[in-house]
Design a binder for this molecule. Structure first.
Ligand SMILES: Cc1cc2nc3c(=O)[nH]c(=O)nc-3n(C[C@H](O)[C@H](O)[C@H](O)COP(=O)(O)OP(=O)(O)OC[C@H]3O[C@@H](n4cnc5c(N)ncnc54)[C@H](O)[C@@H]3O)c2cc1C
Ligand SMILES: NC(=O)c1ccc[n+]([C@@H]2O[C@H](COP(=O)([O-])OP(=O)(O)OC[C@H]3O[C@@H](n4cnc5c(N)ncnc54)[C@H](O)[C@@H]3O)[C@@H](O)[C@H]2O)c1
Length: 460
């Protein structure tokens, strides 16, 4: 059995940089990957979807170009070409991650599926059937998550798509029905609508984006409906089956029963941690009832020397959180810091157009916590930059502590919302108040400049 100082299971957003840094710090390190180096983000998540969303936006803007006095006729979409571009970008990013591993001295990549056979012992099973046993003093689990297939009658009899397999389509679906009205459902739903599909979103909660404030959820629903996307909420799907060459979805909303026929069905109801086949019973690492690995705020499991990072440990499932997990674990182990995940900001951005970017508390959460707060709202139709660029859909909203005027949270539903939100995140981290932002000088005419006007709602 080969012994290492450190083994990383999963070459995802935490695993790759952690493996490189551990090896550079002089630790004999192995990283094991069962599928593609780079994990979900690079291969089937952020990278291909954001590349394809850029194509969808180009199609949308070309159709709207006449509003800006630019005449474009016959906008057509070539999904094969869009896919080729996205695949090309994925290829470059993946090769970058692979080369980074190959060029790091003291780091060995094993391609195969890892599972525990003892507390600090692992077997790697390769696709060719060969097996190798490894052991290490430190083990880091970064195995990510995969699509949940809900327990709906008949679903396994039809050819449904997931966020991974939908990336292989080369023809635009005639009618795409999406189960789930959150990040994946809405990003793909709007993308394919802009490519030319009829799109229906089916969400079981009374609203889409049910964790967000009501005004935000309503505003997103409104712009999706404006683009002719059908949004059905409060639905219960009773059965899914074939009807000729179409997929038939039988659902009830309230007392109304409906059958919807679709050429394609996308399942986007969340993701589950990849812990089932890890043999955790052999090392004693504990999980919660959903299979997420239980960790403390230093990302240590209940077994000394075994850590879990990224999606597999539950909580917010974003690339930047997985990456931040690596920086915490690495610095604590190698740089003797005492960092934790406690109180770290959790920004996120849904890449619909306009983007929905969030940081800190929502109004709903501020109310639940019985905080004394004020709310500032600025519609994008009142933002100079938005008017000039013809991007007037959405709103900026901030929650401010009534006494200290510190920003508690923000929702920026705007073109480049993610960038605007990051400015507010920095203000929150630096303790800059809403009153200071109200009077700060920002370059004109930028979206950020409108933060003056947003906080004018409070500091009149
Ligand atoms: C369609 C889609 C779009 C997304 N868009 C965004 C976005 O815009 N922004 C954002 O922040 N996040 C986005 N996400 C989420 C983001 O991709 C994840 O949060 C992120 O990839 C998590 O990183 P990770 O390192 O925890 O896991 P992953 O990146 O999933 O990596 C885990 C790796 O472990 C490997 N593995 C699993 N089990 C084993 C085993 N037993 N042995 C060996 N290897 C194993 C897997 O093959 C995988 O390569 C998106 C996700 C999806 C699905
Ligand atoms: N831009 C981004 O940061 C981004 C983009 C895509 C994905 N992601 C990550 O991917 C993860 C998964 O995203 P997701 O959208 O699949 O999951 P999600 O858990 O965020 O949302 C799933 C939605 O499906 C609904 N749902 C569940 N069962 C249903 C049913 N039977 N019928 C109808 N609706 C049902 C839920 O109510 C919920 O609204 C998220 O945790 C997110 O962090 C992030």
């Amino acid at each position: 059995m080969k012994h290492y100082d450190a083994i990383i299971i999963g070459a995802g957003q935490a695993g790759v940089p952690l493996a490189k840094k551990m090896a550079e710090a002089g630790k004999k390190t192995a990283i094991i990957e069962k599928r593609y180096v780079g994990g979900t983000c690079i291969n089937d998540g952020c990278t291909p979807t954001k590349a394809m969303i850029a194509s969808a936006k180009a199609a949308y803007q070309a159709r709207k170009a006449s509003e800006l006095g630019v005449m474009v006729s016959d906008v057509t979409v070539d999904l094969k070409k869009i896919k080729k571009r996205a695949d090309g970008i994925v290829g470059i990013f993946k090769a970058g991650a692979e080369n980074g591993i190959a060029e790091t001295k003291g780091l060995k990549l094993y391609m195969g599926e890892a599972s525990f056979i003892g507390e600090k012992e692992i077997v790697v099973k390769s696709k060719d059937g060969s097996e190798e046993k490894l052991s290490a003093d430190l083990i880091f689990i970064n195995t990510g998550a995969k699509t949940i297939i809900p327990d709906i009658d008949g679903i396994n009899d039809v050819d449904y798509l997931t966020s991974t397999t939908i990336l292989d389509l080369e023809e635009v679906p005639e009618h795409l029905v999406v189960i789930g009205g959150n990040y994946i459902g809405l990003e793909f739903g709007q993308m394919f609508s802009r490519f030319g599909s009829k799109v229906t979103i089916l969400e079981q909660s009374p609203v889409i984006l049910s964790k967000e404030d009501e005004d935000i959820s309503k505003a997103v629903t409104a712009f999706l409906q404006e683009e002719k996307i059908e949004v059905i909420t409060g639905t219960k799907i009773n059965h899914i089956g074939w009807k000729g060459d179409q997929i038939e979805i039988s659902e009830s909303t309230g007392k109304k029963d409906k059958k919807i026929k679709a050429s394609h069905l996308l399942v986007a109801v969340g993701r589950a941690p990849q812990t089932k086949n890890l043999g955790l019973e052999n090392c004693g690492v504990e999980t919660d009832e959903h299979g997420h690995i239980l960790v403390n705020d230093k990302l240590e499991t209940n077994v000394k020397g075994i850590y879990a990072l990224g999606d597999v440990k539950g909580g917010p499932a974003f690339t930047h959180i997985a990456y931040n997990d690596y920086t915490i674990v690495y610095r604590n182990l190698i740089k003797n810091t005492d960092l934790s995940t406690k109180g770290r900001p959790v920004p996120y951005c849904m890449f619909t157009d306009p983007q929905l970017a969030r940081i800190g508390l929502s109004e709903k959460q501020a109310k639940e916590q019985q905080l004394e707060y004020e709310v500032a709202v600025l519609p994008m139709k009142n933002v100079a930059r938005g008017i000039e660029t013809n991007e007037t859909v959405g709103l900026m909203k901030a929650i401010v502590d009534k006494k200290t005027k510190k920003i508690l949270g923000a929702a920026i539903l705007a073109s480049e919302g993610g960038e605007i939100m990051s400015v507010l995140q920095m203000a929150m981290e630096g303790g800059i108040t809403s009153e200071q932002i109200r009077y700060r000088v920002f370059a004109h005419p930028t979206y950020t400049e409108s933060l003056n006007n947003l906080f004018m709602k409070i500091h009149k």
